[in-house]
Design a protein around this ligand. Structure first.
Ligand code: HEM
Length: 401
């Protein structure tokens, strides 16, 4: 059809020209390779995220057969059991019940209390980088910060944290378009291991509660708030994965964008009060999560095109964030951009529950890097991961001094 080709390295390097073409050509486009309807404009993405005729799942209302879909192969069952019981893949009333419980841990006030801890950790990580004269900003800063924070919140002991990142990466492989058989096998193995680990941790916290989110969820469960064991496991995996994956990519990707815009980086170095708007702009400019899908539960019409029940929409967040109908000069990085209604944290009932925490972490690492590593420069051109939905770098080599 067009330059939109999520398997083409040139598209992955810079998908934004292809999005501009899609937006100009119309509001909705059928895309045969994934059997989805692509939605590229901001107004539509924003409205459809709030539209209750759509859902992240259909299984609360229909069977796979009703929906004209083949059930996933039985050997993928451990992945689907894990995934389908997390709140991101549930719809009301189950979604509402679980989100209500979990949201208590993510109120702006609760997150504000984490600030000294997050800032101290960011400072220590950056000091280490400075002592070594540089390193990999992704592996040394972007990754350990959010992993430690979410693991700490949930009460995963430090000695158990090493496999969290590989488990998460393997599970997230299933969120790409048309995942391969090998990706599915890796996701299944990770789902079995991660679930097994959490089942044991939950049992340990049940015996000996701590001051952590898992103990809190157990208490809610035991008080009759009807969080099943599987929902508890799925929620913890979702929090551990969602709680770092996009933040890692936003941090490293954000610095890669800054290095390619030296005038903007200089302005930020000269005025740290730009940090909050810089974070929003970097998430708009190169959107860490490029696409989210929705099932059509009840027929909808977009611009005269009827989209039937059972169809799937692909909402193009990266495209919505570059829509000139909403953003003045969207291809320009403007760290001082004031009016910035980007959609990187979604909208509607699945709006990112961790957005306040993500903003806190992004600000803490950016401030620490600006203050403690003022001579930070790029040491080598980074390589991009060959993924589309979860947009990220393999690493980001930097030098200090
Ligand atoms: C830059 C970082 C982050 C980005 C860009 C991001 C983005 C998103 C988006 C787009 C969604 C909704 C997907 C949809 O509508 O289909 C979402 C949901 C979610 N996010 Fe984040 N997120 C980030 C960080 C975090 C953090 C730090 C946490 C911490 C726990 C988190 C936890 C969640 C959870 C639990 C959901 C599911 C909410 C629900 O279904 O009600 N995220 N996130």
């Amino acid at each position: 059809m067009s330059a939109f080709d999520p398997w083409d390295p040139a598209f992955l390097a810079d998908p934004y020209p292809a999005y501009a073409e899609l937006r100009a050509r119309g509001r909705v486009h059928y895309y045969a390779p994934t059997n989805q309807w692509l939605v590229p404009r901001h107004a539509d993405v924003s409205a459809l995220l709030r539209d209750r005729r759509l859902g992240r799942t259909y299984q609360h209302r229909f069977t796979h057969e009703d929906f004209g879909r083949t059930p996933p192969p039985p050997e993928h069952e451990p992945f689907h059991t894990l995934n389908d019981h997390g709140m991101l893949d549930l719809e009301p009333p189950d979604h509402t019940r679980i989100r209500r419980l979990v949201s208590k841990a993510f109120t702006p006030r609760t997150v504000e209390r984490l600030k000294p801890y997050v800032e101290r950790l960011a400072g220590e990580l950056v000091d280490g980088l400075v002592r070594r004269g540089g390193g990999d900003l992704l592996a040394d800063i972007a990754e350990p910060l959010p992993v430690a924070v979410i693991a700490e919140m949930l009460g995963v002991p430090e000695s158990d944290r090493a496999p969290l990142r590989p488990w998460s990466a393997d599970i997230c492989g299933m969120y790409e378009l048309n995942p391969s058989q090998e990706a599915a096998q890796r996701a299944v193995r990770a789902s079995v291991e991660f679930s097994g680990y959490l089942r044991e941790l939950i049992a340990a916290r049940r015996k000996e509660p701590g001051d952590d989110l898992i103990s809190g969820l157990i208490a809610a469960h035991d008080e009759g708030d009807r969080l099943t064991e599987q929902e508890m496991i799925s929620t913890c995996v979702l929090l551990l994965n969602a709680g770092h994956e996009a933040t890692v990519n936003a941090t490293a990707g954000g610095w890669w964008t800054l290095f390619r815009h030296p005038d903007q980086l200089a302005a930020l170095r000269a005025d740290h009060s730009l940090i909050p708007s810089a974070i929003e702009e970097l998430m708009r400019y190169d959107t860490p999560l490029q696409l989210f899908e929705r099932w059509v539960l009840d027929e909808i019409e977009i611009d005269g095109t009827t989209i039937p029940r059972g169809a799937e929409l692909a909402l193009l967040f990266g495209s919505a964030n570059h829509d000139p109908a909403v953003f003045t000069d969207p291809g320009r990085l403007d760290l001082a951009r004031a009016d910035n209604p980007h959609i990187s944290f979604s909208a509607g009932i699945h709006y990112c529950i961790g957005a306040p925490l993500a903003r806190l972490e992004l600000a803490a690492s950016m401030r620490a890097l600006l203050e403690r590593a003022p001579t930070l420069t790029l040491a080598a051109e980074p390589r991009r991961k060959p993924n589309f939905v979860i947009r990220g770098l393999e690493g980001l080599q930097v030098r200090v001094g």
